[in-house]
Design a protein around this ligand. Structure first.
Ligand SMILES: Cc1ncc(COP(=O)(O)O)c(C=O)c1O
Length: 376
């Protein structure tokens, strides 16, 4: 089960607000099921604390609306296909990144809400400043604004970009992107009379580049208590998620015997091996090397290949480890031992991936249990 500490989430919002200062709005990024934490539950907590929530897909915005969340929701850059009307009918604010979508949002009928017919359509415009993923190139902005004049119902209320390297040692790339974004702003300001919110900063940029904060920051990972690299690490952020399970079987393994598929792990001594009901179908990475878990406050290494629904750990050095014992795969052990908590950064390292992928990969069959601890 994944324990999600909504108290820690709230405190992370406060910390990020303190970092950004009172004049900067905060868009809470809850895409990818709130980075695996559960979009509806997290969205309900973040909604009142943030100036807007941000998602990636239209479907994710609709899920938040279905959960009763009424505040502003920005869709950061979906493939809108033919779903412009749905976006508008549910009061989602689309980030638009090409002329085709400008036109389609400009012409989309708004069914079901007669009051919205002819009402202004608020959009944010994405500018590509170097990520080469989404956005109108800066040189094409004048033509974009010219085309927008044909759709007076469309109001460009936001201008944004995405920073590709804010967590890397070399700040030059980010600074170059910000210079290009400043040029984009110079083009946009006189042409977009309703422009109100400029935003560019993901977690790393929000912390590291004050000049990237503009009117709003857009952190995702930091809300959940992690950061993309050691360069921007923030010890004051609290991890929000713990992943725990229980020992479902324990057995003795003789010297030389293998464990799990392929038998690549072989007992070098008489061993006690415990089986856990968690596997890669739950999102625990299949290809971990040197991974550990926490049992009774001690580190217990993963033994053999992670299976789809189960995995084994070596508890030979954990005296008394037995059926039903709690095992922590991410987080701290509530037990008596003194071993350090397992961070998602550590698990990501063992898996040869990034902490984002660990969180987003936790599958829907892992129950999310919501708690709210008091400040540490
Ligand atoms: C457009 C956009 N903004 C903000 C974020 C949040 O990034 P982070 O989780 O690094 O804060 C993302 C995430 O990838 C994104 O794609």
């Amino acid at each position: 089960m994944a324990e999600v500490d909504l108290g820690a989430l709230r405190r992370n919002v406060e910390r990020l607000r303190r970092i950004a200062g009172p004049k900067v709005a905060l868009y809470g990024v809850v895409k990818a099921d709130a980075y695996g934490h559960g979009a509806a539950a997290v969205g309900k907590v973040l909604g009142p604390l943030c100036d807007a929530l941000a998602v990636s897909l239209v479907e994710e915005g609709l899920e938040l609306r279905a959960a009763g969340i009424k505040g502003p929701i920005v869709v950061l850059g979906a493939y809108y296909d033919r779903y412009q009307s749905e976006v508008l009918e549910h009061d989602l604010t689309p980030v638009v990144y090409d002329r085709g979508d400008l036109e389609r949002f400009g012409e989309a009928p708004v069914r079901r809400r007669p009051a919205a017919v002819g009402a202004p359509v608020a959009i944010h415009l994405k500018v590509d400043t170097g990520m080469n993923r989404l956005g109108v190139p800066v040189d094409e902005l004048p033509a974009f604004f010219e085309r927008a004049r044909a759709f007076p119902r469309v109001r460009i209320e936001g201008l944004c970009t995405h920073l590709a390297s804010a967590d890397l040692a070399d700040a030059a790339v980010t600074k170059a992107q910000l210079r290009l974004f400043a040029r984009a702003l110079g083009v946009a300001r006189p042409r977009a009379p309703h422009l109100a919110t400029i935003h560019a900063a993901n977690s790393a940029a929000a912390v590291r580049f004050p000049e990237a904060r503009f009117d709003a920051i857009r952190p995702g990972l930091a809300l959940y208590g992690a950061m993309p690299s050691v360069l921007v690490a923030r010890p004051d952020l609290e991890p929000v998620l713990n992943l725990r399970t229980k020992i479902m079987a324990v057995h003795d393994v003789k010297v030389g015997q293998g464990v799990s598929y392929g038998g690549a792990w072989r007992a070098q001594r008489r061993s006690r091996v415990a089986t856990l009901p968690v596997g890669y179908a739950d999102g625990y990475p299949r290809h971990v090397r040197g991974a550990q878990t926490l049992v009774r406050g001690s580190r217990a290494p993963v033994a053999g290949a992670v299976c789809m629904d189960m995995m084994m750990i070596d508890v030979t050095d954990v005296p008394g480890a037995t059926l039903g014992d709690q095992v922590t795969l991410i987080g701290g052990d509530q037990g008596t031992g003194a071993a350090a908590p397992i961070s998602i950064d550590e698990l990501a390292l063992w898996a040869g991936t990034v902490n984002y992928e660990i969180l987003c990969g936790l599958s829907k069959r892992v129950p999310r249990i919501y708690t709210a601890t008091a400040a540490r």
